[in-house]
Design a protein. Structure first.
Length: 146
C-alpha cells in the first residue's frame, strides 16, 4: 500500500511537471511572438508592419532570452524524463487480472458481510422495539404492590 502511494505521488509530481512544462511553452510562445520585431525573410516580400521600439527586445536581449527559454525547457524535460524513469514497470496483464479477480471476490465477501450486518441490525431493532412495546403496554408494577 505504501509503495502504491509512493507511485501515486510520483504520478502527481509528473502531472505537476507536465503542467509546468506546458506553462513554460505557452509563455515562451507568447514572448517569442510579442517581443520580436518583424524581419524580412524573403526579398520578394516586403515588411509591411513595424512595431514601436518599446514593444520588442533588442536582438542581444532577445537571443539571451531565447537561450534561457531553451534551457528552461530542457531542464523541465529532463525532470519529466527522470520521473517517468522512476515509475515502476507496469505489471503483466495476467497479474492485473488475478489481482482484479481477488479484489472482486473481496468486494463480494464484504458486500455479503454488510448485508448480514444490516439484517442483524434490523432483527435487533425489531426485538428491542418489541421489548419496549411490551414494557410500555404492561401496567406499572409499582402501582400494584403485591
Amino acid at each position: 500500500m505504501l509503495q502504491e502511494l509512493s507511485h501515486m505521488d510520483r504520478i502527481t509530481q509528473l502531472q505537476d511537471e507536465i503542467q509546468q512544462l506546458l506553462t513554460i511553452m505557452s509563455r515562451s510562445i507568447t514572448y517569442l511572438t510579442s517581443r520580436t520585431n518583424f524581419v524580412q525573410v524573403n526579398p520578394d516580400i516586403p515588411i509591411t508592419k513595424a512595431r514601436p521600439q518599446e514593444k520588442f527586445d533588442s536582438p542581444d536581449i532577445f537571443e539571451a532570452n531565447k537561450k534561457e527559454i531553451v534551457n528552461d525547457l530542457l531542464t523541465k524535460a529532463k525532470q519529466i524524463e527522470y520521473l517517468i524513469n522512476s515509475l515502476p514497470e507496469p505489471e503483466p496483464e495476467e497479474t492485473q487480472a488475478t489481482r482484479l479477480k481477488d479484489l472482486e471476490q473481496q468486494m463480494v465477501e464484504a458486500n455479503e458481510d454488510y448485508i448480514r450486518a444490516v439484517n442483524r441490525a434490523r432483527g435487533l431493532h425489531r426485538r428491542i422495539s418489541e421489548v419496549l412495546r411490551n414494557m410500555l403496554d404492561e401496567p406499572d408494577g409499582l402501582d400494584n404492590p403485591g
